[in-house]
Design a protein around this ligand. Sequence first.
Ligand SMILES: Nc1ncnc2c1ncn2[C@@H]1O[C@H](COP(=O)(O)OP(=O)(O)OP(=O)(O)O)[C@@H](O)[C@H]1O
Length: 630
Amino acid sequence: MRTEASPRAVLAARRQFFHDGRPEGPLVTSLVPPSILRSWQRCAERGLDSAALPRLEPMTEHELREVAERHEKLRRLSRPEIESLYADAMQTGCVVVLTDASGLILDALGNADFAARAARVALRPGVEWGEGTTGTNAVGTAIVEGRPISVHGGEHFYDPHGILSCSAAPILDPFGQTVGALDLSGPAAVDHRHALGLVRLAVEQIEHRFFDDDFKGRRVLRFQAERELLGTAREGILVFEEDRLVAANRVGLGLAGLDWSALGMQRADEMFAELPRADGAAHMMRALGGAGLFGRFDGAPSRHARPPRPLADPRTASTLLLRPADRDAVSRAVRMVEADVPVLIRGETGTGKEMVAHEIHRLSERASGPFVAVNCAAIPETLIESELFGYEDGAFTGARRHGHKGLLRQAEGGLLFLDEIGDMPLGLQSRLLRVLQEREVAPLGGGRPVHVDFALLCATHRDLGALVEAGAFRSDLYFRIAHYTIELPALRDLDNRLETIRALWRRLVDDTRVTLSESCEARLAAYHWPGNFRQLAGTLRALAALAEPRRPVEVDMLPAEMRASSSSLPSSSPSAASSPSSSTPCDATLDALTVDAMRRTLDACGGNVSRAARQLGVNRSTLYRRLFNA
Ligand SMILES: Nc1ncnc2c1ncn2[C@@H]1O[C@H](COP(=O)(O)OP(=O)(O)OP(=O)(O)O)[C@@H](O)[C@H]1O
């Protein structure tokens, strides 16, 4: 990744530092970036041994769930960014990692092949990547240094981490406290040139979102030198309580020439020569030195201010693109749901199954009731039963003190969305069937059955009929949930791909000065999009974030495999021109090797998918997808 020092040169510098005991040797001082060197020194002072295996104490599932709950807000605010980085990660063979402030991994999402290798060096949820335990690494070192950082190959403190190339940035809350870090990690050999920039932009967005609802009732000043940047994550934000600065973002402090020590100390009139009128509109304002700025105080919406985020939320109805035939199918599904008939949504990953489920909920009579989504593949098998059906106080070790209502009951009056229903263990399928027949839920631990009223939507990327034949899915449940099925098309099968890409770009990017060149659009349309709309939306958002106003995005900004895709547009037989089977022989071999390794692990685990998935460090749905859907 770094061009300054080749991997071999870094290894030589490493030898000088670690083995020859020459921390100030010429190779070390000329080849190792100062931030990495500082970190090596810190680690050495702590007595870490670079040749040893890093300490690894993964959490139990129960502990991990508690930590995840504690960090619910951080995970929620980070989710859109993780989604868009995920698309990039899929293409470049990376994983996106979100950690808490100690470097403990909360979420890791990305390319299955690399995720399996990363898991071998413990880059997976429940493991701590703080510098003090895991040595020099992007997450831990970014947290200690308080700024974005990349750590490539041999720059990692521990030898086994040399296979990684990672870029991370700390996430700060509005009070300057580090609350976590976001990281994009990939194989050391791959040139992922935009990684640090993408992570930095993503963190800017996440930090900006902290101000969405936390400061009602306080004076929130949003300002920038350029009016167009108001309402984007690049605007400066300062929050005042009775004129005293109490919270801020980094951009705001930077523009005002201050640092975090100004919180609680500075007053608004000491920071600016002129403030905007407090009527919610954008006005000219003036810095102390006299420089002109644009700013507005939150309040009545400004005619000039742009919407709060530059990129629309991908989950809102306004970004959902559907062919007329699929719209009709959605309308029919709404009628089914209203008549209490379950609906099944089928489609490959990223084809919009969850978005369509939200749309059905939004259009149905149950729109004012809750929408409760459960990913049957993401919840560990041991927890899925208690999560769905709830439990009584003290029903089992680790149960919450006052019991848990269960997700089925949380959907009361609304809609329950069971995603990846094909991954539901057989035993639970029987319990679910009983609930659907009797409309009653009995919590674990012997509680009284409770009547439930929810509409049911299920989704899967798998062929449930084939699962039924293979005995992995109950036929009676299948007939119960699949009365009405919506089939969502894979992106590569759409014959209007170019128009679809243009339409999604218009919906996701509201800065009209940022455009795609025609040749870039053509390459995107010719690509086979294994991650479907999710990958497309993520790619477009990344391109928009990196683009310069009034300079159309050119082909060279695309990820390598898209640059390479044939520029002839798909026509009569789109899938033949661009399906995954058109990947290079080299990809095919790699793919075959991965699937082969997965099969062998599954055999070694006696066919226990959960155990095999754990061992490989991927989730169950990934394993199912690769082995049974290939
Ligand atoms: N029809 C669509 N129009 C616009 N964007 C879409 C559409 N479908 C999916 N997307 C984009 O892809 C992302 C993922 O969509 P969604 O979660 O609904 O897919 P999914 O089929 O449920 O995927 P998975 O099977 O992996 O859970 C969305 O957040 C959105 O950015």
